[in-house]
Every structure is written in structure tokens, then in C-alpha cells.
Design a binder for this molecule. Structure first.
Ligand code: 5GP
Length: 210
């Protein structure tokens, strides 16, 4: 049994927890799971592709989109705008696909308010020491930036209890299986299957013994 309408899934986590790799596995291995591509005003990093990593736009373009109600949520994060385009998300959900948003906590809280049925998952590192190592191993950031990111993680950690589930990314494949398990279970939630429950109830009341 799978509820007809797709589930809106929010995945958040500190920088360096491996969310990106997890999201890649999720969409590669599950054709009914779609990853939303956000719009941002930050500059592309080396290797990032327009329309794949993000839609890179100017502040003016972004603000125009806000005015036209083009986002399901948007937030300002470390001096830049980030937003989830509405048209893609609504189309995929209507077609019965699950849509994953990899977004930060302010955006996640807006989704929780506006889409109470959404599923919110937080990805945690196995330890802060391991997180620090991973950030250093990426080699893309200066030590001061890494320190800032860890301080930011401390602030963000305050909101984790507002999420529905947490998964720990120690071993990638294990974490992938756990995340997929959470998503699969969400489809069985009673409140997401009200239509089917109504059908059975109607059949019960109409049933004739002959
Ligand atoms: P980065 O600049 O490192 O790609 O992303 C910074 C943060 O913004 C990450 O936590 C990422 O998950 C989040 N983010 C990416 N896209 C969106 C979005 O559309 N909305 C919100 N609220 N956050 C986003």
C-alpha cells in the first residue's frame, strides 16, 4: 500500500555530514523520489552546475520570485538567499512522487508550518570530532571558516527536536538504508491513508451477507 500523493521530505544537517552524497544515492536508486533544485544568490563553487546543484540567480531575480509567490519556502543563510521553487515541488507531488528538499532549519520550519504532512529528517554526524575531520578532509575551507561552521552547527542543533526523525551518518550505506526506511514507513502513516481507510469503512457499511 502506498499513499497516492507524494510526500514532501525535508532533509537537514550540518555542513560536512554527507547529506549531499545521501541525497544522490536516494534519487539514483528510487525513481519515485525527486530532488528539488533550489535557487540561490550565492556564487557557484568549482564543479557546481547550473540547474543541477542550484539555479544561480541575482538578488533582483530572487526578490522578483518572492513577490510572484514562486517559492514554497525561502530563507537567508550566511548572507545569501536560498529558496525552493514552487512549480517543480507541486507538480512532482501531484504526480505521486516524493520530493526531497535539502534545506536549512529556518526553511524546514516554514515547511512544517505550511505543509503539516511533510516528513522532516535530520542527518547527524557520529561525533563532532568526526565532523571536524570531514570538514578538514574536504580541503575546501580555511580553518577559520571551519570553526565558523562548527559554531553555526551548535546554534542549529537547538532546533533538531522539531524534526520527526534523526539518522546518524557513520557508514553511508547504513545511513542510506535507515533514511529509506523512515521514508517508506511514512507512507504507511494512518493520516496519509485516510482515503483507503474511508474506502474500507464504506465497504463495511455497504456489505451484504447473502
Ligand atoms: P550551501 O551554500 O553550502 O550549498 O548551502 C547552505 C545551506 O543552505 C545548506 O544547509 C543547504 O541545505 C541550505 N539550502 C539549500 N537550498 C536551500 C533552499 O532552497 N532553502 C533553504 N531554506 N535552505 C537551502
Amino acid at each position: 500500500m502506498k499513499s497516492n500523493k507524494g510526500i514532501l521530505i525535508v532533509v537537514s544537517g550540518f555542513a560536512g555530514t554527507g547529506k549531499g552524497t545521501l541525497m544522490k544515492l536516494l534519487v539514483e536508486r528510487n525513481e519515485n523520489l525527486k530532488l528539488s533544485v533550489s535557487m540561490t544568490t550565492r556564487s557557484p563553487r568549482p564543479g557546481e552546475e547550473e540547474g543541477v546543484s542550484y539555479f544561480f540567480v541575482t538578488r533582483e531575480e530572487f526578490e522578483k520570485n518572492i513577490q510572484e509567490n514562486g517559492f514554497v519556502e525561502h530563507a537567508e543563510y550566511v548572507g545569501n538567499y536560498y529558496g525552493t521553487p514552487r512549480s517543480y515541488v507541486e507538480k512532482q507531488l501531484a504526480e505521486g512522487n516524493d520530493v526531497v528538499l535539502e534545506i536549512e532549519i529556518q526553511g524546514a520550519m516554514k515547511i512544517k508550518r505550511d505543509y503539516p504532512d511533510a516528513l522532516l529528517v535530520y542527518v547527524l554526524p557520529p561525533s563532532v570530532e568526526e565532523l571536524h575531520h570531514r570538514l578538514l578532509a574536504r580541503g575546501t575551507e580555511e580553518p577559520e571558516v571551519i570553526e565558523r561552521r562548527l559554531k553555526r552547527a551548535a546554534e542549529e542543533s537547538e532546533g533538531i527536536e522539531s524534526y520527526d526523525y534523526v539518522v546518524v551518518n557513520d557508514d553511508l550505506e547504513t545511513c542510506y538504508e535507515e533514511l529509506l526506511g523512515v521514508i517508506r514507513s511514512a507512507h504507511f502513516a494512518a493520516f496519509r491513508n485516510e482515503e483507503f481507510i474511508r474506502k474500507i469503512r464504506k465497504e463495511l457499511s455497504d456489505y451484504t451477507f447473502d
